[in-house]
Design a protein around this ligand. Sequence first.
Ligand SMILES: [Fe+2]
Length: 536
Amino acid sequence: MRVLGINAIFHDPAAALVVDGRIVAAAEEERFSRRKHGKRPVPFSAWEQPVLSARWCLEQAGLRPGDLDLVGFSYDPSLVRPAEAMGLNDPWDHLRIMYAEQAPSLLADALPGLDPAKVRFVPHHVAHAASALLGREGSVLVCDGRGERASHLSGRHSPDGLEILASQELPHSLGLMYEDLTQHLGFLRSSDEYKVMAMASYGKPRHLDLLREAVRATEDGGFVTGTIDWERLAPARAPHEQWTQEHADLAASVQRRLEEVLLDLTRWIHERTGDRTLMIAGGTGLNCVANTVLSEQGPFEHVWVQPAAGDAGTALGAAVHLARTGPLEFAPDLGREFGDAEIEEALRTARVPYERPPDVAEAVAETLADDGIVAWFQGRAEYGPRALGHRSLLAHPGRKANLERLNNVKGREQFRPVAPMVLADRAAEIFTRGPLPSPYMLFVHDVTSAWQDRIPAVVHVDGTARVQTVDPAAEPLVARMLTAFERRTGLPVVVNTSLNTAGRPMVDSPRDALECFGSTPVDLLAIGPFAVRRPS
Ligand SMILES: [Fe+2]
């Protein structure tokens, strides 16, 4: 059974391929097109298909479009109602529906040989749910801005399939509420929500009473999001204006209310399913502060979040849903990989001096211990927005100034934190509160007081850190680098942030890596087994 999954309708277009119960490949279109988030989520762009990532997925399996048994498209236009009927103010929404209806022929045009009759529409939230469940039994919570006519799904997956327990219809949407706030605070909606989450750490939730009236869970497992007069709570901020305490307090209030309502939703699910494990997907699942609250205070013993929780993940979910497999093996390194010969060819073409050290992990640890910044390009690219040790920028966590230094390298705001990667067996002595192990950076943890001064670069203003634990069995090269760094410094922790600069997608190919290295003050590019050093 060969099933291609496609996400194309809002943002983060992506493709994924499942063949005979195995996830062969999955990647966001932005990594190929070099356009952040692939496109803006407006109705006018809904016709664009993730052509480059879809072709690459097929190549990975040596398949032609005509070899596919099914194609899952993660949006079902037959479920949509007119925008006014859904309470949305979008006079062009009908264009999105029209383009979705044409998706089979648009895909057949982009992938010659594909039979358009093989394309199936998979409801958006069912696709999100399948991306989190991956064929496993358990409860699932999906929460995002919007799908066809809903913004949420609570359900349970058993061998009989997915049972939908609750679904909240638009216009009520926790995701759209957070997007509205993102825009009000001067950031790019459907893109910069994580900046609001970071800003919330600087504020006090002093508008909580008002928000508790406007935004609340209902007895049927859904919720209400009433109209919020943002201007009354904090003045709108222009994109390049300095933010104030008022902005941070508003961010903190909405963040806290989001956490409270999500907790109510999870309690409602647990009362009905009694499951031990909750799987999460949908853009709200990228809110790692809320995830920790759910894990710590919620009724489920285990909370698992799909690393590609945003819409990109629905490409994988649509394929998984149609393939109807048993539990799938999953690791997020599902993107492009380049062989040593290809990498060396790119280095020769760029005419940069390079070497092949006996062990690239040791060479990197040495540079990091000397307080150099390293661009780390190894193995397959990550599926989802987090750098998990395959396309990363690394630095010494013991120097507080490295936070500012990395934010300058990336050209991004100084209030943004950078995250630590840590050897899995050392994590519990340094980080508390959030669940461990935490291999995908989807939860925040408290840094113990004994360690706050030892790794100041990765401690956020509220004493937390968004940790990636590294298991040597899953990530042997990264673990070797961390061990080599610890041998030199006594610290089993390295700063890890995504390998890109502000507004650009993550580096994907060797050429992208060289472009990034050439334009930023990075000291060492560790690319495959090779090392490229900046002349001092
Ligand atoms: Fe979504």
